[in-house]
Write a protein that binds this ligand. Structure first.
Ligand code: BDP
Length: 586
């Protein structure tokens, strides 16, 4: 599956906009069979939860989206597809009365071949059921509960609101009968010569011609479904200084062009050596953020204006990288990162594989995470599927330098190794070119973690000075340094601090170490940075979080998580200036 693009042989019709909308209450059987009742309309792309008044934050289960569309008259002799960039967390799609595809997993694309089901020029009704349910067989996992008063509740172990809906674009697109079905590109360096290896999968029989274009000129060419193009004195894709070539694949039947597909290619290498992460053979130090796709009103709906503004703010702080915590972001985000030289840690939605995450803080009874009742072989199968789909979607992005396969699992528990070892192995098979990481939870120090040695890079989330030693920077500093040195001593590989931060109310000020104040957040960062500069194996710092974000109901959070260095509407707190000073070395 390749992303739909327009080329001389391919067309797209975008279906974003207002769709008819119905939260499922069970009153309408088979809602796809007629026009949805009621008058609600919902924008696509957007989370539906915060659009309506009263909000649909409590809605559990399915909602229905529907619209009519005319298949372009000129689309004969083509194959016709519909593609959803995401449906969170499960989608089922009907064309008129017929089910055409079902997909589970809320942050990755899927498509359906409609060629036999629609005719060019015809108007059809598209109905999509989108389900927000999380169970122990979905990634992220969750549990549906009914309390003693009959109230149904969605429980989950991750700290962001379970926004749902059609968060990304919906498109109709064409593919020729003989077509490029997949392209895999890897790049290497041989001195100053760039090596672009490609592998094209095609449907049908055709001659494959491949060109690497540099602006309008050819930088090299090759033929055959698999090959290599060598580029003398290649211009490299560098952090902060992206350079992209275009790989053009053309399929021919004699002299007739059957299909043309193009994709941007950045020539770069990434490698772990000792305690260093090397990009283009040079040590790279990450500065930046763990983020969320989260904004007022739209929730997790992709929006180019918010996206570009976030990138601008990150650039203003002097950051060079971010992590797609805690799920794969819209492809537009990675395309932008490719074009602008951002370095990305690409994360799966496997967050909350830990039943003891709150318990660790509050001293609750231990519950086994890796057991038949929770993270079992079916959870693991869903996790494997997400890895396959993630690597398939993002494998060709030069900005992606590291896969993060899970966030804060119960990695000290029985069964953790058995659960994760096959996933690490699978990721290496899917992509032998990129290193792999995970983020380790504060409550799992190096002495008790059972999986760290499986990974090339160890990601750490630490909140000494917040969840532990709150108001006590002195002890937090000692503890942090001692622990980082222990990770370094035991594992002798790169360490990344992938989360550190404090909840902070914008506008709350204090003269000293008062939790929740802007000065406290800023002082916390100063403390961490002093320690980082004393630990050799520490190869990067990404703060938690870029901006305040929405969370589920609970007394633990006041109007969401406030660890942003920007507010939810993207105004800087004092800490944003503190980071800027450090990262821009001012
Ligand atoms: C970590 C999680 C992150 C939370 C953060 C926090 O990885 O999703 O939002 O802590 O507590 O446990 O703010």
């Amino acid at each position: 599956m390749v992303k739909p693009i327009e080329t001389p042989t391919r067309e797209i019709k975008n279906l974003d906009g207002l769709w008819r909308f119905l939260p499922d209450t069970g009153d309408v059987a088979e809602p796809w069979k007629a026009v949805l009742p009621g008058s609600l309309e919902c924008p696509v792309p957007a989370s539906y939860n915060d659009i309506f008044v009263p909000s649909l934050r409590e809605h559990l289960g399915k909602v229905w989206y529907q619209r009519d569309v005319r298949i372009p008259r000129g689309w004969s002799d083509q194959r016709i597809f519909i593609r959803f960039d995401s449906a969170t967390h499960a989608g089922e799609v009907y064309i008129d009365d017929t089910l055409v595809v079902k997909h589970i997993g809320g942050y990755l694309p899927f498509e359906a071949d409609l060629t036999q089901k629609v005719k060019p020029g015809q108007q059809v009704r598209i109905t999509v059921g989108v389900d927000n349910t999380l169970t122990n067989e979905t990634i992220p996992p969750g549990q549906l509960l009914t309390n003693q008063y009959g109230k149904k509740q969605q429980k989950y172990w991750h700290d962001f609101f379970n926004f749902a809906g059609l968060h990304r674009s919906v498109r109709l697109f064409t593919k020729p009968l003989i077509a490029v079905e997949d392209v895999t590109v890897t790049t290497d360096l041989d001195g100053s010569t760039g090596v672009v290896n490609y592998n094209v999968k095609i449907a049908g029989d055709a001659r494959v011609e491949v060109d690497l274009l540099d602006v309008d000129q050819s930088a090299g060419s090759s033929s055959g479904a698999k090959g290599s193009i060598r580029v003398k004195d290649a211009k490299l894709w560098q952090p902060g200084a992206a350079y992209l070539y275009t790989l053009r694949v053309r399929l021919y039947n004699n002299s007739t062009l059957d299909d043309e597909y193009t994709l941007p290619v950045g020539i770069r290498t990434v490698r772990v050596e000792g305690t260093q992460i090397l990009i283009n053979n040079k040590p790279f130090y990450f500065t930046g953020f763990g983020k969320h796709e989260d904004a007022p009103v739209k929730g997790k709906g992709h929006d180019d204006a918010w996206m570009v503004h976030d990138f601008e703010l990150m650039k203003w702080t002097g950051a060079n990288s971010f992590r797609t915590s805690h799920y794969p972001y819209a492809e537009d985000v990675l395309d932008y990162a490719d074009r602008h030289g951002w370095v990305v840690i690409d994360e799966t939605p496997a967050v909350g594989l830990n039943l003891n995450i709150g318990g660790g803080i509050f001293g609750l009874d231990f519950k086994p995470t890796f057991s038949e009742d929770f993270a079992n072989s079916r959870t693991q199968a869903a996790h494997k599927q997400v890895l396959r789909e993630l690597v398939q979607r993002d494998k060709n992005h030069p900005s992606v330098v590291l896969w993060c396969i899970t966030n804060e699992p119960g990695s000290n528990e029985d069964g953790a190794r058995e659960y994760f070892e096959p996933l690490v192995k699978l990721t290496r098979e899917l992509d032998p070119t990129r290193p792999i990481t995970y983020t380790n939870l504060q409550m799992v120090p190096p002495e008790t973690d059972r999986i760290a040695d499986l990974f090339d890079v160890i990601g750490l989330n630490r909140y000494f000075g917040w969840y532990e030693f709150v108001g006590d920077f002195h002890s937090a500093e000692k503890k942090l340094e001692a622990e980082l040195l222990e990770w370094e001593r035991r594992f002798k590989r790169p360490l990344l601090m992938l989360e550190y931060g404090t909840d902070t109310v914008a506008g709350l000020h204090s003269t000293g170490e008062t939790p929740w104040s802007e000065e406290y957040q800023s002082g916390f960062y100063d403390l961490y940075h002093r320690v980082f500069d004393r630990v050799e194996a520490l190869r990067g710092e990404q703060v938690w979080n870029f901006a305040d974000f929405a969370t589920g109901p609970g007394i633990f959070r006041v109007d969401g998580n406030k660890k942003g260095v920007f507010t939810r509407d993207r105004k800087p707190k004092l800490a944003a200036h503190t980071l800027r000073k450090r990262w821009l070395k001012q």
